[in-house]
Design a protein around this ligand. Structure first.
Ligand code: GLY
Length: 598
């Protein structure tokens, strides 16, 4: 990040006002007649000044002490308040995670799963908490196939059988107990209050519920949860109360792990399962375990990348692609030039091809992580790339491909004044998961079973053949793309980021980190720049709006099958940590994101 000499400091009442209240919507910084306006939060930091650079079209929110960047305002503020009161980043991440279950129901959750990557400042180490869902004991390889061997998508996506055994509550409580400082009751109190007292329906919440209304109304408990007693929709500004969810959260607060995986909540889950052919039993719930894993690590020039290991494919392939790309002068190619996009595309084809063959739950399948993130392997892979001509995907590797994944995951990042950093991605899979609420709990069930290869060996709805390694097996975790990531510079955490988007998560995190590492963009610009995505099969290069048509034509001339994507690619929530300052950005590709800092 560029720095201005002290002589250019312009300290105004205006900048002080911003610095003392860093909580703002992204990209709403003021413009004055100065080129760059440094800001100071107090006298003792006057030698260390963050820069607002007016040459950049997108600006991050700045804070000094602590920050939460997430998909929704109220939950981000819950986390920031905990930081203000002296809690650490893990406390804030857990409280934010529980609050999002109330305020951001499309992806925030209790009955889903995810991955939490933590940098622990005191120990100077990272750890990864895997709270991914597991297949119930009664699940089997062909459970979603009908008598003719065809995939029954309704059952796979929107039935009680769609649900894996939830991991979120176990994951959050594990993180809190092992690395937090708050009591369970303290961490859960804000979420309970939001559910009990109600939240005003925001424009984005209204939009999200409206967009899924048809599916939600198919399930009577979901209809009761998300609509008025007379069946009409809540209007923007109405207060939406969730007493059943408040009760579920209170059970967790009072009883801990047993308040969800045993007791009344578990009873309601299993009763619902028994009522409609669901597979999750009391034993499945009691057997659920969080796994604490070593993150995946790699380097890109002077940066170190720490990310998510299997059963997510994210970290492995981010590192693999960075290794391949390290061999090119990306800066000389120019950001988002045809040459740059071409080399990213060819790297993605190679990585996603490997993903389909090798990646799955490491407790069931030997995943060759070390080989995949090896620099020598990247060198070998790089030889397969023609810098001028696209290699058709069919020529890259034959084999078994994976299915498509949901775009409705969510990510948030947290940094505290003690130097701890949390990068957390969790999900119900689809927007509102299976769209089924467990009666009496106010809680949506995930449909994460759809992340398994439900029909190994045959084409799915997207014309893809799915891989055997990720077949359904009892107790197994479905392959994920979730990629909470922390990049280190000179040994210090420098960038925490992540995104929703299924397989698009991986390419989104890759481009966000490259924008910052190679092109020196501030984190708001790094988030805003147009992104592209190629996942090997289908052989299509999806490009967001914002690329020049000249670039598109050059890529087509190289043989790339360009599709100007009808939707955007991912949605990052990131924090950059630089010389004691925190720079936050919530990607504006989705409404309602929030940076809360102090
Ligand atoms: N369900 C999306 C993912 O795990 O990547």
């Amino acid at each position: 990040m560029n720095r201005l000499p002290q002589s250019r400091l312009i300290l105004s009442l205006f900048s002080l006002a911003i610095a003392s209240c860093a909580t703002q919507e992204p990209n709403n910084a003021f413009v004055s007649d100065a080129d760059s306006v440094p800001m100071a939060s107090n006298a003792d930091t006057s030698t260390l000044i963050p820069i607002i650079d007016y040459k950049e079209r997108f600006l991050p929110v700045i804070a000094r002490n602590g920050m939460v960047v997430g998909p929704e305002q109220l939950a981000a503020e819950v986390g920031a308040q905990i930081l203000r009161q002296g809690g650490n980043a893990i406390d804030a991440a857990v409280a934010t995670g529980f609050a999002l279950a109330v305020t951001y129901p499309r992806a925030g959750n209790l009955a889903g799963g995810g991955f939490m990557l933590i940098h622990l400042a005191d120990d100077d180490r990272e750890t990864l908490i895997d709270y991914r869902e597991t297949a119930p004991a009664a699940a089997s390889r062909d459970m979603f196939l009908d008598d003719e061997g065809n995939l029954d998508k309704q059952r796979e996506y929107f039935s009680l059988q769609s649900a894996g055994v939830p991991g979120t509550v176990a994951g959050m409580l594990y993180a809190l107990e092992k690395y937090g400082t708050l009591t369970r009751e303290q961490a859960l109190a804000p979420a309970i209050a939001l559910a009990r007292d109600g939240i005003p329906v925001s424009y984005s919440l209204f939009f999200e519920i409206s967009a899924s209304a048809q599916n939600l109304r198919k399930n009577p408990a979901a209809e009761r949860q998300f609509f008025q007693p007379d069946g009409s929709a809540y209007a923007v500004g109405d207060i939406w109360r969730q007493p059943d969810l408040a009760w579920t959260l209170s059970e967790i607060s009072e009883e801990g792990i047993n308040g969800f995986y045993g007791g009344g909540v578990a009873q309601l889950i299993t009763t619902e399962m028994e009522s409609g052919g669901g597979l999750i039993t009391a034993q499945d719930l009691a057997d659920y375990r969080v796994v604490e894993r070593q993150p995946v690590r790699g380097t890109y020039k002077d940066f170190e990348i720490v990310s998510t290991p299997p059963p997510s494919s994210g970290g492995v392939h981010i590192v693999q692609m960075l290794n391949i790309l390290e061999g090119y002068d990306l800066q000389a190619m120019g950001h988002n030039s045809a040459a740059y996009v071409h080399h990213l595309t060819e790297s993605m084809k190679l990585a996603y091809a490997d993903r389909s063959l090798y990646l799955a739950d490491p407790d069931f399948v030997d995943v060759p992580v070390t080989q995949l993130v090896d620099k020598a392997y990247a060198e070998q892979q790089r030889q397969r790339i023609d810098s001028n001509v696209a290699t058709p995907s069919v020529d890259i590797a034959p084999g078994q491909l994976l299915g498509s994944e949901s775009t409705e995951t969510t990510h948030y990042s947290v940094a505290d004044r003690f130097g701890n950093v949390v990068s957390n991605t969790y999900t119900l899979n689809f927007s509102f998961g299976s769209n089924i609420v467990v009666p009496g709990t106010g809680m949506l069930l995930n449909n994460e079973m759809a992340d398994f290869a439900s029909s190994p060996g045959s084409a799915n709805a997207f014309g893809l053949v799915q891989g055997e390694a990720n077949k359904i097996e009892p107790g197994k975790r479905p392959l994920s793309s979730m990629s909470p990531t922390i990049v280190f510079r000179a040994g210090e955490p420098w960038l925490a980021t992540g995104s929703p988007g299924g397989s698009v998560i991986i390419s989104t995190v890759l481009q966000t980190t490259l924008n910052a590492m190679v092109f020196d963009m501030n984190i708001a610009t790094a988030a805003a720049e147009p992104r592209m995505h190629h996942q090997w099969m289908p052989d299509v290069l999806k490009m967001e709006e914002g690329f020049s048509l000249d670039t598109v034509r050059l890529l087509q001339a190289m043989g790339q099958n360009v599709d100007m994507a009808s939707r955007t690619s991912g949605r990052t929530n990131s924090i950059m940590l630089d010389e004691g300052w925190l720079y936050g950005s919530s990607d504006t590709r989705r409404p309602g994101g929030w940076v809360a800092g102090y």
